[in-house]
Structures are given as C-alpha cells and as structure tokens.
Design a protein around this ligand. Structure first.
Ligand SMILES: Nc1ncnc2c1ncn2[C@@H]1O[C@H](COP(=O)(O)OP(=O)(O)O)[C@@H](O)[C@H]1O
Ligand SMILES: [Mg+2]
Length: 295
C-alpha cells in the first residue's frame, strides 16, 4: 500500500503550505504538534534487530541514518518507531529546492504585521518529535549548516533570521534516509555529515518476512505471496545483467493488489513490476518470461 502516513495521523509536511489557514491553531500561526502523533500501530515486520537498535539510539540521543533502496520499508519503520516511542513524527520529503529556511521557519506577512512561523525542524526540536528528512541528499547544501550542530552533542538549532539558537528537548530525534544506489560524485553526503549518524542498513526483507508483508499488505493468499517473493528474488538477480535497481517490496505489493482484484498475474506483474522498473524492452521481456515461469 502507498504511504500510510496520513492514516496513522502523522503527516508529511508540505513546506509550501506551512502558513495556510488550515494549519492555524488557537496559538495563531503555530503548527499543532498533536497533528503529528501516530495514533494507531502501523504494521511493521522486523527484519534484523533494527527496532532494538533504533530504540537505544533514541534513548542515547543519537541521530540515525536509514540506508537502502526505495520501497524496502524505511518510511514504514519510522512510522512504527514513532508510534512505539510515543513521539510525534514530522516527515519532510527533501527535494532540490528545499532550503534551510524551509526547515527552520520564516517570517510571513499577515495583513500589516510580520509573524514568525516555525518550520518542521524547529517544531520538532521544541516539541520532542522524530523529524524524518527523507532523501536528505536532495536538499540544498545550506541545510547541512543547520543539520550539523543538531546532530552532534550540541543538539542546537540555529535560527539565523531571529538571531536565536534553540536547544533540542530530550525527545527530539533526527532521522535521515539515504539511498547509496542513487548517489553520484556530485550528489553525495559529505563525510562530515555521514559521520554524525548511526546507520541502519535496509535491504529487501528476507523471503519469509517479505511473504508475510505482501500477504498482509496486498491481502493475497500465501501461495500468491510466495510467487511474488520468488519473482522479486529473480528480478533482483537481474541487477547483475544491467537492471539499475531491483524490484521494491512496494511494487510486489502493488502486483499482489492487482492480482487480488482479478487481474491476471502476467498483466499485473507487467504493470506493477516490469514497466515501472525499466524502460528497456529486452529487460521487460526477460521479466515477462520470469513471470510466466513462476505463475
Ligand atoms: N518490514 C516491513 N514491514 C511492513 N511493511 C513493509 C515492510 N517492508 C516494506 N513494507 C511495505 O512496503 C511498502 C513500502 O515501504 P516504505 O516504507 O514506503 O519504503 P521506503 O520508505 O524504504 O521507500 C510499505 O508501505 C509497506 O507496505
Ligand atoms: Mg520512504
């Protein structure tokens, strides 16, 4: 299933929407931290001790980096951990136009007055949230200036425009995600950034767990889930033959959902697996062959 963030009542922040009427609370212009609470337990199948590791990191005020390919459970894991630790979750999807001000906050004109509006990072630092910077490498370089003092033992957030420095409350935790597969020399995290984070490596879940995840998330039977896991394994092996990245658990779930709705497996896997991951007709044919052999 697609990002379930909203269903769990945690929210991805759209920095452009920050000051809309919608976000106003009784306090005026502040975003309401309660909106970011994860109220229902998200389904998460542990794959190798990551829950314990993250829990210790959170208690030790250690920032965490989640490394791994797309669609392998990083976002779901953070949602689960926010619920388990009882902390609000503020997710920021980083993009190439995302600046330090988008994270920290800015002055906005309201009628005749200018008002300060906290950005998602400031909100999290003040209220003890888990702040998840998804694909942090995409953000503008000026964001590292604020990430650095926050992610070492100072735990300070400089708010340059206000001439202030805010100290993070104990429950604040910074989490970033990073896909080593996408990085180029031009776009990579600097060692000085990387070496501030404890890293948890994510890969596709092992077969038995991936099967359980597909069964549960796509609502298909064991047999279908098993076949999709098998397909996943075979397709991921094609990486040695020119495929850029293996098929994600997310796509296998999509394929399962289509099959569950009565689409023939060949068609479902074409639409949810072969076409999304490659534009190369030969590669698509190879995947179709795999599907035929498995189903
Ligand atoms: N270990 C897991 N437990 C539960 N669901 C999982 C797990 N791994 C993957 N998923 C499923 O795969 C989907 C994609 O995972 P997601 O967390 O969005 O990936 P990422 O953030 O790594 O790109 C999730 O919505 C969820 O349905
Ligand atoms: Mg994600």
């Amino acid at each position: 299933m697609l990002e379930k963030g909203t269903a769990y009542n945690s929210r991805t922040v759209s920095t452009k929407r920050m000051a809309s009427k919608h976000d106003k609370t009784s306090k005026g212009h502040e975003l309401d931290i309660d909106r970011y609470r994860v109220r229902q337990e998200p389904y998460y199948a542990e794959t190798g001790g990551e829950i314990g590791l993250f829990t210790i990191a959170s208690k030790s005020k250690m920032p965490v980096m989640l490394k791994g390919p797309t669609g392998c459970g990083k976002t779901r894991f953070v949602q689960y951990m926010a619920w388990k630790l009882g902390r609000p979750l503020i997710t920021v999807a980083c993009h190439e136009d995302l600046t330090a001000s988008d994270l920290v906050g800015r002055y906005l004109l309201k009628g005749n007055e200018t008002v300060w509006v906290d950005g998602p990072l400031t909100l999290g630092v003040k209220h003890g949230a888990l702040v998840y910077l998804d694909e942090v490498v995409e953000a503008r370089k000026d964001t590292t200036v604020i990430i650095h003092p926050l992610s070492d033992d100072r735990r300070m957030l400089p708010i340059e425009k206000k001439g202030q420095v805010v100290e993070a409350v104990d429950d604040f935790m910074l989490v970033i995600s990073y896909n080593p597969g996408y990085q180029s020399v031009l776009k990579d995290l600097k060692q000085s950034t990387k070496q501030r984070f404890m890293a948890i490596e994510f890969t596709y879940p092992p077969p038995a767990i991936e099967m359980q995840v597909i069964e549960k998330e796509a609502g298909v039977n064991k047999e279908t889930a098993q076949k999709l896991v098998k397909l996943g394994e075979k397709v991921r092996n094609l990486r040695n033959h020119g495929l850029e990245e293996g098929v994600s658990t997310r796509l296998l779930i999509y394929a399962g959902q289509l099959i569950g709705k009565g689409i023939l497996p060949a068609r479902a896997c074409e639409a949810a697996v072969a076409r999304p991951i490659t534009d190369d007709p030969d590669m698509q044919r190879s995947i179709a062959e795999l599907v035929k052999a498995i189903f």
